[in-house]
Design a protein around this ligand. Structure first.
Ligand code: FES
Length: 355
């Protein structure tokens, strides 16, 4: 009887651990640190410096990893001193088992400092599901890519896929890439090699602090694009750069952009706004002119969020009342009822949102 009960108990534990993902993951990771029944994990297998304060990590991914498409972003979760930090990075697929993660060190950035300085071969990184809609379309329409600083990473991923699939042979593609100095230009050798190898690919790198002429994005860059009204333009960089690009390339057939840092268009606003959170049945005062997400966090309210740059939609909620301003492009929204991304919008009047 005792033996039968013991057998049942061992069997029960196995069944339980099969259905208890946490327990199963615990045992799987004893065998291989990236084995998991439900987590998307990767292990660093190579680390190299791509540009000044910028590293590229070659990462071996597990079977649960969802690669998404070239040009998309992934939530990347790193653990420092027992705390998890989630940031968003654009990855490049190298082969079926490896991706490339390129990160630039951000001053006081917990995740970027870990990736650039502290991470080592063998360390494990967790990933979320990919998102973003700067994707390669199937047609042969010309494509113009505008990248500033770290905004090169989704563009590099797009170009790598265009080269790999040979679409670059049929599709005119132009990359304009702005960096401060020569040492800041990532993937330079490979980009230059593609420009020599593929007549359809044009490359222009602008060094804003090392050129005599003002090399920043200006109307001359728009004038050198033939047939802008039949061209798709993608832009990625700091919010100020993206906002200027959006205005200058307004005549493009398709324009899509992603900003990876938030520089408020107008940051001289003063005073406070009352935000009413209908689900929480709570009202708080937050400063005018800064993102609603940041304002709520400063009041110890922690809304769900992901990228903090207006791409993933995780922070979106319905605005029932009030006016808001988009901090990336300055657009004001006064109508009630629309979806509001609180990470990239500030409150202009008292607001009611469904949080
Ligand atoms: S947190 Fe990603 S869109 Fe706001």
């Amino acid at each position: 009887m005792h033996a039968v009960m013991q057998r049942k108990s061992v069997f029960g534990s196995i069944v339980e651990s099969v259905f208890d993902a946490q327990a199963a993951n615990f045992w799987l990771k004893k065998i291989n640190p990236i084995w998991s029944v439900n987590e998307s994990l990767g292990r660093i297998v190579e680390k190299s410096e791509t540009a000044s304060e910028t590293v590229s990590l070659k990462i071996q991914i597990n079977k649960k990893f969802n690669m998404g498409q070239a040009g998309q972003h992934h939530p990347v979760i790193v653990t420092r001193n027992g705390r998890r930090y989630e940031r968003t990075y654009s990855l490049t697929q190298l082969d079926d088992a490896h991706v490339l993660l390129t990160a630039k060190k951000v001053h006081k950035g917990m995740a970027s400092t870990w990736l650039c300085e502290l991470s080592k071969i063998g360390d494990v990184i967790e990933f979320g599901l990919p998102y973003g809609d700067m994707l390669i379309d199937k047609n042969h329409a010309p494509l113009v890519l505008l990248a500033a600083g770290s905004g090169i990473t989704p563009m590099y991923s797009l170009l790598k896929t265009l080269v790999k699939t040979k679409q670059i042979e049929n599709k005119p593609v132009q990359l304009m890439y702005w960096v401060k100095k020569h040492s800041d230009a990532a993937f330079k050798t490979e980009l230059e090699q593609w420009a020599i190898q593929y007549p359809n690919f044009k490359l222009h790198i602008f060094y804003t602090q090392e050129q005599e002429m003002d090399a920043r994005l200006n109307p001359e860059h728009v004038q050198c694009i033939e047939n802008l009204n039949t061209t798709t333009v993608y832009s990625c960089g700091p919010s100020g750069f993206v906002a200027v690009a959006e205005q200058m390339f307004a005549q493009a057939k398709v324009f899509k952009s992603e900003a990876f840092s938030l520089t408020p268009v107008i940051n001289n606003e003063t005073g406070f706004i009352t935000v009413t959170l209908s689900k929480l049945n709570q009202s708080v005062s937050i400063p005018k002119g800064q993102s609603i997400l940041l304002g709520l966090e400063q009041q110890n309210i922690k809304p769900t969020h992901g990228c903090r740059m207006g791409v993933c939609n995780k922070c979106a909620c319905v605005k029932a009342q009030g006016s808001t301003k988009n901090l990336v492009n300055g657009a004001e929204h006064t109508e009630p009822g629309g979806l509001l991304k609180i990470c990239v919008n500030s409150a202009q009047t008292d607001l009611v949102i469904d949080l």
